[in-house]
Design a protein around this ligand. Structure first.
Ligand SMILES: [Zn+2]
Length: 278
């Protein structure tokens, strides 16, 4: 009989290097001592992890159902929002920043919870330099230029933006309002000539509702003077890098009572996302 206290189950989606611990061992049970002695874990850079759906924000299912500590086990880059739509989250190189409704930027602790988030392990490839392009020009050009309109990918745009317009929601309390009600009280921020990093996730249109069909973009200035969900901008000059994914790992908040019983049939998911998130 297997002793689960003594043994650990090798995760089938992990990659292992060294010794005999190659593919033949995947799915088998090994002791911790064996694994520690001859294997090394390499993050899976081809998977985009998502907790929750954009759709659950629409009727106001805003309970925090994953902790930042758990989320960071799935990547060192990411975006999301806090419980109650508490600000805008951008994870850059393992550091989870929150752009708050008052415009301040803080690093959140592992105990911070989120209703919706994306994360992945960074393995970006430089695509090109880019100059003098609007958000809509970038968003229209990238899927065509890369030939990837039907797969998930992440993009970073790092450099100078001649203007930037972002927003951050204020934390809502129970009973939670709908996404569009909260959006009426969003705080807008603008800056001219800001340097920083835009992190965008692209989802094929068929996944609109699961995520934002097209691009979902968050920004953080290097000096933290502006950040949040990027509504509009113009690139002055920047470097564009991208990373494609072949797998979406969609994790649902199965332990959330409000999510479990909600009937989405009367929610205008696509309409609300288009009005509040694009
Ligand atoms: Zn956002």
């Amino acid at each position: 009989m297997t002793q689960f206290i003594e043994d650990v189950r090798v995760r089938p989606n992990a990659f292992w290097l060294g010794g005999k611990a190659q593919n033949a061992d995947l799915g088998k049970t090994q002791s911790k001592a064996q694994i520690g002695a001859r294997t090394r874990h390499i993050p899976n850079t081809r998977t985009l992890y998502q907790h929750g759906t954009l759709a659950l924000l629409v009727p106001g299912l805003l309970d925090g159902t994953i902790s930042m500590g758990e989320l960071l086990a799935h990547g060192d880059m990411g975006i999301g929002t806090g419980e109650g739509l508490n600000g805008e989250i951008i994870i850059l190189h393992g550091t989870p920043y929150q752009v708050r409704h008052d415009g301040s930027v803080v690093v959140v602790p592992d105990s911070f919870t989120l209703p919706f988030a994306n994360a992945h392990w960074a393995d970006f490839s430089t695509l090109c330099g880019i100059e003098d392009r609007s958000k809509s020009e970038l968003a229209g050009w990238l899927p065509k230029a890369t030939g990837l309109p039907n797969i998930f990918f992440a993009v970073t745009v790092t450099g100078r933006f001649s203007n930037m317009r972002t927003r951050a929601f204020a934390k809502q309390e129970q009973p939670y309002p709908t996404l569009e009600q909260t959006a009426q009280h969003q705080r807008l921020f603008t800056a001219e000539s800001t340097e920083g990093t835009l992190l965008a996730y692209y989802s094929p249109q068929v996944f609109n509702g699961v995520a934002v069909g097209g691009f979902h973009m968050h920004y953080l200035a290097d000096d933290h003077s502006i950040g949040g969900h990027a509504l509009d901008f113009r690139i002055d000059h920047a470097q564009v890098a991208m990373q494609r994914f072949d797998t979406l790992q969609e994790h649902l908040p199965v332990a959330s009572p409000s999510y479990s019983v909600h009937d989405f049939s009367d929610d205008d998911i696509a309409g609300a996302i288009a009005r509040a998130e694009s």
